[in-house]
Every structure is written in C-alpha cells, then in structure tokens.
Design a protein around this ligand. Sequence first.
Ligand SMILES: [Zn+2]
Length: 441
Amino acid sequence: MRLLLSLILVIATAVSAFAQSPLDFSLHKLGNDPAGPTILVIGGIQGDEPGGFSAAGMLVSHYNITKGNVWVVPNLNFLSIIKSSRGSYGDMNRKFAALDKNDPDYQSVQRIKEIIRNDQIDLVLNLHDGSGFYNPKYIDRLHNPRYWGQCVIIDQKNIEHPLFGNLDHMAKIAVEKANSELLKPSDKFHLKNTRTREGDHEMEKSLTYYAIKHGKPAFGIEASKSFLTPTRTYYHLSVLESFLKQAGITFSRDFTLNPPAIKQAMFSQVKLALYGGKLQLELENVRKYLNYIPMNKNLANKFEVSKPLLTMVDAPNGYKIYYGNRNLTNLSPQFFEFDDSLSTLRFTVDGRMQEVDMGTIVDVDSHFSVSSQDGYRFNIIGFVAPNKGSECDVTVRKKDLVPRFSLDKSGRIYRVEAYKGDKFSGMVLVRFTNNNEVAAR
Ligand SMILES: [Zn+2]
C-alpha cells in the first residue's frame, strides 16, 4: 500500500476583494474586543519605504490579536508603492494641513483623516523608513541629528488623553524595547521630538500632527534605509509590539521575530484569485511573464488577494501583478466568456481518485491524471498528449511537461484548464512536490 503523500491546499481566506479601484487603500480591522483599546497602524504613506508598509502587511497576515484591537492601513499611498516612488503626486505626508480638492491624493487623504478621527481610535502609529541613523548628537557622517533612521518620533511630550497622553514616556519605553533586541549595537534607536507646535512648519502638515490636533496620541516609527527590507521590517515590528504591549493589546504571530523568518513569511501564501476563486495564481517564485491566461474583460477588476500589498493593474498588453514595490508577474491574457457549470474536477493523484475544487492546488508526488467528463475539454498546459490525443485519462509525470510552461520559475507548478465549448470553466494547479528532477530552463 503506497503512502498518500499528496494533499489539497485550499486557498487561504482572501484578505480583501477590491470593490473600487485596485489602488485604493484597504483598512483591516483585527481583533474583536469592543471594550479594548484600538491602535491604528498606517504603512505606505510614502511608496519608497518598504520596511514600514511590509511591517503593516505582516500585521494583517501573520498576527492574531487576542485582546484589544488593531486597525491597519498597510497601503495608504498604493500607487506610489507600486511605482516605488516617494509620492507620485508629491509627498502625501505634507498634505494633512491644507489640500486642494483637485489634488489627486485628495480622496485618500480625506478617507484616512476620517479613520484617524474615528471615536474608536486611541493611538496612531505611522511607519516610515528614514535615511541614515538619527542621533541627537553628531557622531559621524551617518549618525547625526540630520537623519531619520532608527527613531521613534513624537511631535510633543504630552497630549490630553485618558489613556495614552504621555507620549514621551511611551516612546522611551518603545525605544528601550527596540534597543534590547538590536541585531548590531550600532543599530541603536533614539527618541526624536520634532516640537512641531513650536514652529516646525513642515511637520505641521504631517499625518501624525493632524492626529495630535484631533486629540489622538500619535507616533512616527522610522527604520533605517541602510538595511534591507526584512531587517527594516524587523525593527518596525519590534517597536510596534512595544506599543501593543503598552496599550494592553495581546497577540500571537505565526513566525519568529528575526529577519530571515520575516522574509520567509512575507513571501509565503502569496496568491491572487479571479472569478470567485475559479482561477487562482500561486505567486511564490512565479515567472515574470505568464502567457495565455484565460480572462474575462468585464471581470478583470474583480479579484481577491491573500495579502493586502498584492494588487493587479491594467497594463498596455495585459495586467501587472504587484506585491508592494515588486512587479511579481505580467499576465498576457486570452479573453473568454465564462462557464459556471463545473465546480470540481476528477483527478487521480499518485494512484488515488479525488475530487478537486476549481481554483485550488493539488500536490502530486509522482503522477496524476485528469478524468474525462462529458461535455468538457481539459488542457494541461505544457503537456503534449501521445499522438496528440485527448489530455484526459492519461498518466502525466513531471518529465512529460515542458518546463517553460510552468507557473513558477522552478518548473513545478502547472495549469490544468477546463473548457466547455469555447467558454472557460476554471483552472486547477498541479504542484509536483518531489524535487528530484531537473529544474526549468
Ligand atoms: Zn517616510
């Protein structure tokens, strides 16, 4: 009796479906504690600061809030994030005092202002990546008062607030916490008070000062741009967790707090689903270009993502999928009408029959076949059936598939597409888990 090594992975519950534009920011409400405090965490106000927005994204996808509440906007300036630009229409963090109604950022700024003012919000954290290393004293060219990296920022020492009015104290505790978990002694955090009210006209236009003026305790967190993204994210989360703790918010996370584990978590479970999940793309290690993806012109804006920093936008020759700053892949579509009549496919996986839901991934150890079904045609992309016959009821091994047709760069994941006449009925992905064979070219 052979061991059953295969299993079906159902898509993780999608975190968001885009109702409006794929570049609108999303708000994620974590925790369910009406009595508890609520912290608002904002990432991506400037699109070229991936440490901050990745940390906010990690909160949404990899933390479980067990007491209190955390509201997260990980992608405030989403257009600038995908363009990896500080601000496509100028610096959004200078638009919170006055803003022309015709400014392209106007709607986003109005929306986030409303969220900040929401009665439930007790504290606001705005996540940034800053150059160099802030130090109140001049140490050397990279460590001095002119820089912003590695600091917790307050606009003033205190604010009138029943819970979190002592900004100076809270910031100091967060700085101490980060300094107890430094990867290198020279990464040291400091407290920076911009004393905004005393005449810092630039900071008066910032998001945190807007919060302060509306009675909300607010802090900026800056990780240094001298580090790669996972290390910046590590420092953000270290500081962030101190604020959660100080506010009495409890949580668990599904990874260990260190840069390699953060990087691994960040790039796991990266999926995009179309058409209510009938077509799902696994984006871990995905190829830069995917051709002939069955799509429907009218429904291309309706997709679901497994992570909030994932999105898909129109491009001249199809669609581009972004994950934060990264253009993960480019889809060249083939347009079809859609057929809704088929919800499962019958597979034999390593000798075992199983029903497979459309839009899922089947793990295969050695071989599989797709059973024929009356009225439907199945295409195994990258497989040429013997004698160009039907692709159903034929045993397929990894060596029978042409690697350049795989979805992933390592030649392990292949598409099985179902059609009824000239309509597309859905797709299942087959993933070979046994890695002994040659990698893709
Ligand atoms: Zn910034």
